[in-house]
Design a protein. Structure first.
Length: 578
C-alpha cells in the first residue's frame, strides 16, 4: 500500500517538472540569452514635410525618440523604448556654432528640458527674426559638449537635426486698424487726426523682421490741406503706422503704404473719411414747397419745409445732424414724430394746415398787429456764428477776425416787424429765463437759426371789376378796366389760379389789351389790383355799330389742389353792358 502511494507521488512530480519545462515549441523558457544591448537617440520634425520651410517667426515640434536595442545569441535584434521619465536636454545651435544653452539668439529658441513617455520627448522650437539654416542639438546630459555625431559614451546620448526658416521677406501689406475711420475738418470740434496701422507679413503670413522700410503718400487728396505725419517708417514687429491730419475740406482721403526693395513692389490703400463740423450760421437756409397755401379755408394741406446745412467751408454737415422746426400756425414735424435729421446736409419736415390759422396769425398777446395770414416758420440747430477769418487759422480771434453773423435766441416774429416783442414765442437756449438778444460777440457751439413766412390764404375776395368812363363809339379810344385779385384779408391767391378776361356781345370794334389770360405765381405777398385795356376803334357817324358789348373777368382755382383753393369754383365779374 505504501509503495503505491510513493509511486503516485513520483509520477505527479515528473508531470509537474515536464509542464514547467514545456514552452510549446521546445524553447528555453525564461532563460535570458541576451549577449549585447545598445541605446540610441534620434531627432525628427514630425509635422514638417520634406523640403518645407518653417515660417518666419513660426514654431514647430522637435521630437526625440530614445530606444534600447538588444541582440540575442542567435543574432536577433529587438528595439524597445527606454524607460519613461528619461530626461532629454534640447539646445539651439547659434549661427556662429556656439551652444547658447537655450538663451535667445539669432537662431530662435527651444524648450530646454523634456522627459520621455513611451520613448518620445517633444520640445517646441520658436523662430524669432532669424531665417535660413537652424540646428537643434539634443543630449541626455546637459553638460555634454556639442558633437555632430551620435555617441554612446558612458551612457550619454546626443543627436542633431537641421531645418530651414523662411526668410521673412515682405509679401503682403494690409491695414491693421484705422482709428478713427471718420474725423472732422480743422476747427470743427471733432477729432481731426486718424492713426492708420499697417501690418507687413512674409509669404508664410508671419510678421517680417524689423527695419524693413515702408513709405507713405496721400493717393487721393481732396485739396483741403490734409497731411501725413511722416512719409516713411521702418517695421517694428512687422508693423508700421502713420497719422493723417485733416484740412478744411470734407471728403474721403486715400493713404498708400508702399514697400519696394527693387525686387518686390507692394502697395495697399487705407481710406479715411473727413466730415464737416458744426453747421455755420451763414450756411443755414430754409426752403418751402409752397409759399402760399389756402390754409384759412382748408385743414390738412401739407407743405414740405426743408432746412439746408453746411459748415463754414461749405462742406455738407455729417448725416444725422439734428434740426428743430417750429411754426406759428398749423403743425410741423415728421410722420414718425422724431426730430428731423440731415441726409447730405438736408433735413425735412411737413407743415400741415390746422388751427391756429387765418385770421388768428400776425399778432402778439392775442392782438392782431400784422398780416393775419402769415405763418412764421423757424428752423434751428446747434452751430457756430459767422466770422471772417482774417489770419486763416480756422478759429475766431478776438481783435483780429471780423464777426459777420451775430444771432439772438430763435423766436417767432409773429407781428413781422423784424424784432423780438414781449409775448412772442422763443427758444430759451441759454436757460436764462428771458429772451437773449444778439450780444455782438462771437459764439461757437450755440443755437443758430433761420425763419421765413408761409401764407395761409383764405376765401377769394370780390373781383370789383370797375370802369370809370363812358365809351365814345364814334371817336373811339382806350379805356382802362381794373379788378382785384386777392383773398378777403388782402393776401395773394394760391399758385395755379388762372385769370381770363374776355368780351361778349355783337360790337365788332372793341379789342382787349394787356394781360388777358395768365396764371398766378406762388406768392406769400399781398393781393393786387390789375388793369386791362379796352381799345375802341373810331367808326365815324356813317352807319355806326350799335351792337352790345360787355367785359367779363373769370378766375378759376388750380386743377392741382395740393396747395388748396381760394374758392370752390370759378369766380366771375362783368362790366355789364358798355
Amino acid at each position: 500500500m505504501r509503495s503505491i502511494k510513493y509511486l503516485i507521488m513520483i509520477i505527479f512530480a515528473l508531470l509537474m517538472i515536464n509542464a514547467c519545462n514545456d514552452d510549446g515549441g521546445g524553447g528555453n523558457g525564461d532563460v535570458d540569452n541576451t549577449i549585447d544591448s545598445s541605446y540610441d537617440l534620434r531627432l525628427s520634425i514630425p509635422n514638417l514635410e520634406p523640403g518645407s520651410l518653417i515660417s518666419h517667426g513660426g514654431q514647430t515640434t522637435i521630437r526625440a525618440y530614445v530606444l534600447k536595442t538588444t541582440t540575442d545569441s542567435n543574432g536577433n535584434k529587438t528595439e524597445v523604448p527606454v524607460e519613461d521619465g528619461t530626461v532629454i536636454h534640447f539646445f539651439v545651435i547659434a549661427t556662429d556654432g556656439i551652444d547658447q544653452k537655450n538663451s535667445v539668439n539669432n537662431s530662435g529658441t527651444i524648450e530646454s528640458v523634456k522627459t520621455t513617455l513611451d520613448g518620445y520627448a517633444d520640445a517646441v522650437y520658436q523662430a524669432e527674426n532669424n531665417s535660413g539654416n537652424v540646428k537643434i542639438y539634443a543630449a541626455t546630459d546637459p553638460n555634454m559638449v556639442y558633437n555632430i555625431s551620435d555617441v554612446y559614451e558612458e551612457n550619454i546620448l546626443t543627436d542633431t537635426i537641421s531645418f530651414e526658416v523662411a526668410s521673412g521677406t515682405p509679401a503682403t501689406i494690409f491695414i491693421d486698424s484705422i482709428t478713427p475711420e471718420t474725423i472732422g475738418v480743422a476747427g470743427s470740434g471733432i477729432s481731426n487726426i486718424s492713426i492708420i496701422n499697417f501690418s507687413v507679413n512674409d509669404s508664410s503670413g508671419n510678421p517680417v523682421p524689423d527695419y524693413n522700410l515702408v513709405t507713405f503718400k496721400i493717393s487721393t487728396a481732396i485739396g483741403g490741406g490734409e497731411k501725413l505725419s511722416t512719409t516713411e517708417a521702418e517695421t517694428q514687429n512687422g508693423k508700421v503706422s502713420v497719422s493723417l491730419t485733416s484740412g478744411t475740406v470734407s471728403g474721403t482721403v486715400g493713404i498708400n503704404a508702399i514697400y519696394n526693395d527693387g525686387n518686390t513692389d507692394l502697395l495697399t490703400e487705407a481710406k479715411v473719411t473727413i466730415v464737416s463740423g458744426l453747421p455755420a450760421a451763414e450756411q443755414l437756409g430754409m426752403a418751402v414747397e409752397y409759399h402760399n397755401m389756402a390754409g384759412g379755408r382748408t385743414f390738412g394741406l401739407q407743405n414740405k419745409i426743408t432746412a439746408y446745412l453746411g459748415d463754414r467751408y461749405g462742406n455738407v454737415v455729417p448725416d444725422g445732424t439734428k434740426v428743430s422746426f417750429m411754426s406759428e400756425g398749423g403743425t410741423i414735424g415728421t410722420s414718425d414724430g422724431f426730430e428731423p435729421s440731415t441726409v447730405f446736409g438736408v433735413a425735412e419736415a411737413v407743415l400741415q394746415t390746422s388751427p391756429p390759422t387765418t385770421p388768428d396769425l400776425g399778432g402778439v398777446n392775442g392782438s392782431t398787429q400784422s398780416n393775419p395770414g402769415l405763418c412764421r416758420i423757424v428752423i434751428y440747430t446747434p452751430g457756430n456764428e459767422g466770422f471772417y477769418d482774417i489770419n486763416g487759422n480756422n478759429v475766431y480771434d478776438e481783435g483780429i477776425d471780423t464777426l459777420t453773423v451775430d444771432m439772438s435766441e430763435p423766436y417767432i416774429d409773429a407781428n413781422d416787424n423784424n424784432q423780438y416783442d414781449s409775448g412772442e414765442k422763443y427758444i430759451d437756449s441759454d436757460g436764462s429765463g428771458s429772451f437773449t438778444q444778439a450780444d455782438g460777440k462771437y459764439q461757437s457751439n450755440t443755437i443758430i437759426w433761420d425763419s421765413g413766412n408761409v401764407l395761409f390764404s383764405d376765401d377769394q375776395a370780390a373781383l370789383d371789376l370797375t370802369k370809370n368812363f363812358n365809351i365814345n363809339r364814334i371817336n373811339g379810344g382806350s379805356y382802362p378796366l381794373t379788378y382785384y385779385l386777392g383773398d378777403v384779408y388782402g393776401n395773394a391767391l394760391v399758385s395755379g389760379t388762372t385769370v381770363k378776361i374776355t368780351t361778349s356781345g355783337a360790337f365788332g370794334k372793341a379789342e382787349l389789351t394787356g394781360d388777358t389770360d395768365f396764371v398766378l405765381p406762388d406768392s406769400n405777398g399781398f393781393g393786387e389790383w390789375h388793369t386791362v385795356g379796352l381799345l375802341i376803334t373810331p367808326q365815324g357817324t356813317d352807319d355806326p355799330d350799335n351792337g352790345s358789348l360787355e367785359v367779363i373777368v373769370t378766375v378759376t382755382p388750380p386743377s392741382d389742389d395740393s396747395a388748396g383753393e381760394n374758392s370752390s369754383g370759378p369766380v366771375t365779374d362783368t362790366t355789364g353792358p358798355l
